[in-house]
Ligand binder design. Structure first.
Ligand SMILES: Cc1ncc(COP(=O)(O)O)c(C=O)c1O
Length: 391
């Protein structure tokens, strides 16, 4: 395998032996097809006509006035399915099809990746199973319903905390017994190699487009690019467009919800210690004995104790900065952004907005920030209502 999928000391593929041929098969197919003209043409067509790419870069005038500097919003929330997840599911789904696979499985937290996989299962006529923690099936019940409407089977996972990590455990267990005809469509830039590389590749259009749009609309790259980080796919997608612009600050915002067992934040990059989880070496929220901590965040999509290996590398090499936003600040950000722009952000994306609000009055007014609005907030209206009932 190429570099064994390492990002510095992070990444790799720590999996049961039975999965190694399946991961190698995906890696081979990825390198074979990613530049194949037929594959590229089909994917481009799907990105444009099915998903709605390119997404706009929108100047948020009233929100900019509120924070006191210029904020441009990359509108991934406008994509089909309501989040950036469809970029990856179209890419991996097409790869699965080119490989001759007939069945898809996926894990999901907020339900956005599950929904995006269910959509692609319907589009390509592939049998689809989605593993989802029971806590998440309850808090994201609308997405569960949508997945079922697309024809997917949703498998509730009751073990552990009933959240994303437990869904991944169960999906990996299922895959181990069904590797021959099943493609595991992984949802973020974590997990074993080649997923961090594959998922990054399919999310890179966010950054490529955003940089081009900055040059067209502002005449230069921005001063900072801000994105929320769960596993890290929307952040890597937009960061990748600006890696070579050394002056552009790349800022990832993790969930600062309270850990259930620890009372700690679930900010993996800021508070984690290096370990191996779900097939990859990364920062990890764990005890001194290596037990994985339970996490909690108001946003299901960021409620995960590990993080993509490339983010660990970007943190250690100081190319990117990582901060947290607490649940209360995120709910404030949801409210402020919605009232000033008429756009409901996903609670995940609201973490990035909360960081911008925390910079109110601290940055020169000609500062330009680009924020990746990774998804729309329709799925979160019930959660927001629970915490902040509308008067
Ligand atoms: C809208 C949205 N943004 C962000 C995330 C976090 O994932 P990632 O860090 O891979 O972008 C999720 C995950 O479900 C999501 O639904």
């Amino acid at each position: 395998m190429e570099n064994n999928g390492r990002f510095g000391d992070f990444g790799g593929f720590y999996v049961p032996e039975v999965l190694i041929p399946a991961l190698e098969e995906i890696e081979r197919a990825f390198y074979r097809f990613k530049g194949d003209p037929k594959f590229v043409a089909q994917l481009d067509e799907l990105y444009t006509r099915y998903a709605g790419r390119p997404t706009p870069l929108y100047f948020a005038k009233r929100f900019s006035e509120y924070v006191g500097f210029k904020v441009y919003v990359k509108r991934e929330d406008l994509l089909h399915g309501g989040a950036h997840k469809v970029n990856n599911t179209l890419g991996q789904g097409l790869l699965a099809k080119f490989m001759g696979k007939t069945k898809l499985i996926a894990e999901t937290g907020a339900g956005q990746h599950g929904l995006a996989t269910a959509m692609i299962g319907a589009l390509f006529g592939m049998q689809t199973k989605i593993f989802m923690g029971t806590v998440d099936t309850r808090r994201q019940s609308v997405n569960v319903h949508k997945m079922k409407l697309c024809g997917a089977e949703v498998i509730p996972v009751a073990g552990g905390t009933g959240t994303l990590k437990d869904a991944i455990n169960e999906a990996l267990r299922y895959w181990t017994a069904n590797v021959i005809d099943t493609f595991y469509l992984f949802g973020s830039v974590c997990g074993p190699h080649p997923y961090p590389t594959v998922v990054k590749h399919f999310q890179m259009p966010i950054g490529t487009e955003a940089r081009k749009q900055c040059i067209e609309q502002i005449g230069k790259p921005p001063d900072m690019v801000v994105a929320c980080v769960g596993g890290g796919s929307n952040a890597i997608g937009i960061f990748s467009g600006f890696f070579d612009d050394k002056k552009v600050r790349l800022i990832g915002v993790e969930a600062g919800g309270e850990g259930v067992q620890t009372g700690k934040h679930c900010a993996t990059l800021l508070e984690g210690k290096i370990g191996v989880f779900h097939g990859s070496r990364s920062y990890l929220l764990q005890s001194d004995e290596g037990q994985i901590y339970e996490t909690h965040s108001v946003s299901a999509g960021l409620d995960y104790p590990a993080v993509g290996p490339e983010h660990c590398f970007l943190k250690d090499t100081q190319r990117a900065e990582y901060v947290t936003a607490d649940d209360e600040d995120v709910l404030d950000a949801f409210e402020i952004f919605t009232k000033s722009e008429g756009i409901l952000p996903a609670l995940e994306s609201a973490h990035a907005l909360a960081f911008l609000i925390s910079q109110k009055g601290k940055l020169p007014k000609d500062t330009v920030a680009v924020i990746n609005l990774s998804g729309r907030g329709d799925k979160d209206v019930g959660i927001v209502e629970e915490h902040r009932p509308v008067q």
